[in-house]
Write a protein that binds this ligand. Structure first.
Ligand code: SAH
Length: 216
């Protein structure tokens, strides 16, 4: 089947999850095949995670859709992503915050940070900055952030990430060891923090100071 048709069918299939229209539109504008390795490119428009090397994966489209939906991204926002991977999720968020907004995305594996930079450039986004570092404690350089998206699973919600979230901010983060749940963390305008757990998810581990240790 033609790539464009597969892309449309995939995005249409996400409607049944109740994903907001702005997220579906953004996902329609970002070509996922630019973010997957050559050997799995035929599967770029199937709703599954795919290997991107170094034991890591590009998340399944429905997972990216759910996280971006819960983040309620708005034009002009400053977003921190932890776990750049292929750069695909960063590109979708870049669409949603527009040229007035900015995505700072941290990746611990140098080769993936390089790959993501290439992918983001090929897709034409100028509002994404990729940083090679352990992002488990966030980054003070550009804090506070309107939104924080953690795309690997943490043993618990790192405190520095809550601190780096703006009042009125939202963070999505998978938490857990063998079974993980997606947490939506809201920091209200008065600074109070509310955590809500959604369904079970499967993510690669967040490895670092506030994550799991490397040998685990
Ligand atoms: N959002 C990505 C998928 C992420 S897979 C995409 O759209 O393709 C999770 C990524 O988190 C992996 O690339 C992994 O190397 C990275 N990661 C794990 N621990 C990290 C840490 N402490 N800091 C930054 N990145 C980390």
């Amino acid at each position: 089947m033609e790539r464009e048709i597969q892309h449309k069918l995939l995005i249409n299939s996400l409607r049944s999850l109740g994903i907001r229209q702005s997220v579906l539109d953004a996902m329609m504008r970002v070509p996922r095949h630019l973010f997957v390795p050559e050997d799995v490119i035929a599967s770029a428009y199937t709703d599954t995670p795919l290997p991107i090397g170094h034991g890591q994966t590009i998340s399944a489209p429905h997972m990216v859709a759910i996280m971006c939906d819960r983040l309620d991204l708005r034009v002009g926002q400053k977003v921190l992503e932890i776990g750049t991977g292929s750069g695909y999720n960063a590109a979708i968020m870049a669409e949603l915050v527009g040229k007035e907004g900015h995505i700072y995305s941290i990746e611990r594996i140098q080769q993936l940070a390089d790959l993501a930079k290439k992918n983001i450039e090929a897709a034409g986004y100028e509002n994404v900055t990729i940083i090679r570092d352990d992002g488990s404690g966030g980054s003070l350089d550009h804090a506070p952030y309107d939104r924080i998206n953690v795309t690997s699973a943490a043993p618990s919600i790192p405190n520095p990430l809550i601190q780096q979230l703006s009042n009125g901010g939202i963070m999505t983060i998978p938490v857990g060891n063998f079974t993980q749940r997606l947490y939506i963390v809201r920091k209200e305008l008065d600074g109070s923090v509310h955590k809500e757990a959604e369904g079970e998810v499967v993510f690669v581990p967040l490895i670092g100071k506030y994550g799991f240790q490397e040998h685990e």
